[in-house]
Design a protein around this ligand. Structure first.
Ligand SMILES: Nc1ncnc2c1ncn2[C@@H]1O[C@H](COP(=O)(O)OP(=O)(O)OP(=O)(O)O)[C@@H](O)[C@H]1O
Length: 274
């Protein structure tokens, strides 16, 4: 299933915060949306998910599997988010319920999607926890979010998003709140899950070094407009826009080099203390 965004425009008040944005995500592709803070990345993602804030108005076209989804009624958008499109955000704390064991939360995603019994949902939660490489899955499912580390919480959020078996995952700065070494583990997890499941990925970041670890194609935004687009390898080798050049300078300034596969050491954060 492919995603095609055409001439997307998002207005808030009388200001166009996203203007004439077009890009497509073929089935199985990993596409990064990159740009400085305020360039319109998150609003573009929220428009795809049908979750724009009150007061924001979107026009243009968003085709999912050839069907127009911009302007669909809330109910249908909610169904799409449950069935086809999963999401992971920057701060897993906001996605998790603090007073529920994480296994129940992962299981709830399975239950909503597949209508299985509570018992079966818990069994599946353990399997999902294992899939996202959480340590000691049988035990960890009975823990509460505050008993886990930041990296472990983000793995739970990813397990919840993937429990619905989405065809597209939208991840908005999912590693920004994490230490660099924990980041590397989450990025490699996302990369392998996306590859194994064969789903597509839209990955949002302001960091080209992070983007290079997960995406093969990038769309560069500035002030709500696309300023450059292409294969990540080309962007790294010969960035044409000043924005991309600046992003590359920022990335290399942190001791990362485009020929290195990952910044930081890709460790499993199982030993990380909360
Ligand atoms: N609810 C809102 N009300 C008013 N303006 C908003 C709202 N949400 C976003 N904006 C404005 O829209 C523009 C694009 O915001 P957006 O969050 O999409 O940027 P971004 O590239 O994701 O930035 P960041 O990396 O900081 O999240 C910004 O100028 C922002 O101030």
């Amino acid at each position: 299933m492919s995603l095609v965004v055409k001439n997307l425009r998002i207005e808030i008040g009388d200001r166009a915060v996203v203007d004439d944005v077009s890009f497509s995500v073929p089935e199985g592709a990993r596409v990064g949306l990159i740009g400085e803070s305020g360039s319109g990345k998150s609003l573009t993602a929220l428009a795809i998910l049908g979750l724009l804030p009150d007061g924001a108005h979107a026009s243009g076209s968003i085709l999912w599997d050839g069907r127009e989804i911009l302007g669909l009624p809330d109910r249908e958008l909610a169904r799409l988010r449950g069935d086809d499109i999963g999401m992971v955000f920057q701060e897993p704390r906001t996605a998790l319920n603090p007073i529920r064991a994480v296994g129940r939360q992962i299981g709830e995603s399975v239950r909503i999607h597949e209508g299985v019994s509570r018992r079966e949902a818990l069994r599946r939660a353990v399997a999902e926890a294992e899939r996202v490489a959480l340590p000691d899955p049988e035990r960890i499912v009975s823990r509460y979010p505050h008993q886990l580390s930041g990296g472990q919480r983000q793995r739970v959020a990813i397990a919840m998003a993937l429990a619905c078996r989405p065809r597209l995952l939208i991840a908005d700065e999912p590693t920004t709140a994490l230490d660099v070494t924990i980041q590397a583990g989450i990025l490699s997890l996302l990369r392998s899950l996306v590859h194994d499941v064969g789903m597509s990925l839209v990955f949002i970041t302001h960091d080209l070094a992070v983007l290079a670890q997960v995406a093969t194609h990038a769309v560069v935004l500035e002030h709500g407009r696309v300023v450059e687009e292409g294969a990540v390898t080309d962007l790294l080798r010969a960035p044409s826009s000043p924005v991309t050049q600046a992003l590359l300078r920022d990335a290399t300034a942190t001791l990362w080099h485009p020929e290195l596969p990952a910044r930081g050491v890709a460790t499993d954060d199982a030993e990380e203390t909360p």
